[in-house]
Structures are given as structure tokens and as C-alpha cells.
Design a protein around this ligand. Sequence first.
Ligand code: 5RP
Length: 227
Amino acid sequence: MSNDNAKQAAGYKAAELVEDGMKVGLGTGSTAYFFIEKLIERCKAGLKIEAIATSKKSSEQAEAGGIKLILPEQLQCLDIDIDGADEIDHHKQMIKGGGGALFREKIIACAAKEMIVVIDETKLVEKLGAHPLPIEITPYGHPSIIEKLRRLEVCGEVRRDGEKLYLTDNGNLILDANMGGYTQSLQELDQKILSIPGVIESGFFWNLAGRVVVGYNDGHAEVKESL
Ligand code: 5RP
């Protein structure tokens, strides 16, 4: 069953949280798409903002809709960042990067005073790890990086795009790691993952989420401080 109704409800509700004069981070993915769509509508109706997107795709959507873009080399502090998630638990810890944009998503989330997460209700989980963990790695020497990850029991598939390897907007690869059976501290594991040379970023987003906008299939959405 498609949950487009829920994604749209969340995305549109999140666009209401943007205020005049704000500098805004624009997320990536199908829920963020609806957020940007509504934000464009609000800008056409007179809202004045500047924004920076977490992917080429979202950047193109925003630019086509006339949103004024901040260049990455000019990025400083943002007022808010509004982005999706693949999983979020009760402590608002997340797995992101299903759309391959995790590296830019983390830079932009960390630059923002608040990261607002937009999700449909299926993204709420008791425990992180059913969704594969995307890990961005350099193409250079990637089998050796994957071997170091394997020694941490972090194993998975290099993401593909048809016949070819999938490349991120940064020209890197994604390893989609299966975290299902991992029982130890994921935060400690993440420190080890990130210390491997050639690992650019992982899809764990610790302590970054502020408010969470949850969309439901009946078409309503709620802004939540806690989950
Ligand atoms: C992209 C992401 C997305 O925010 C995440 O995959 C959720 O996407 P969707 O809203 O399409 O379910 O992290 O890298």
C-alpha cells in the first residue's frame, strides 16, 4: 500500500513551520519532496527565505520553483533543516540515507539550529536496525574498506544503479549494511565505523532530531516534540 497520503500530509505540515527570513535546509526523499513542493507554493505567495538542499535532486526542485539557494561554500548557520528518515526510535535516533544523500544531509542537519524530521508513521520503530544502514565510502580501494567493516561484523551490499554501481552526489559508493542481528551498542559501533579511513559518513543520525512531523494515511499530520 502506498503511503503517499501520509508523506504528503507530513511534508505539507512541515512547510508551515518555515517562517519569513529563515535560512532553511531542504531534505531529500519522497517526503521531503512534498515539503519542498509546499514551500515553493508558500514562496510564490510571498514567503521570503533562503535555502540549501541536501541533494542535487532537491536542489533542482527548489531552483525550478524559484527558491533562492545558498551556495555550499557559503553555508554557515541555518535556522531549520527539514528532512526525512528511514527509521526513528523513541529517543529520536535515526537511520537515514535511503536516498543516498546522508553525507550532505548530516552536514546540513549539523549546521541547523533545529532539524525537523518529516516521516510517515511507518518510520517509527522500537529499535533501529531493520532498515539497512547506508555507509558512504570512497570508490578508491573500496574492497579494503568493506573488509575492515566486515571485521566489525558490518556486512552488506554495495548499492547498485542497474548494471552500474550507484554513485552519490559526491561521487562515492554506498554500502547498505544489514544491522538486524547486531546486539551491542550501535553508537559505539558507529564510532568504529567512522574511524575507518575511506568511510565518509554513516547513516546513523545521533541526537540531531528536534521536532518530528508524523503523517498518517488518513491525511492528517502531527508535530511532535517527543515520540
Ligand atoms: C535520503 C534520506 C531520506 O530522507 C530517507 O530515505 C527517507 O526517504 P522517504 O521520505 O522517501 O521515505 O535519508 O538520503
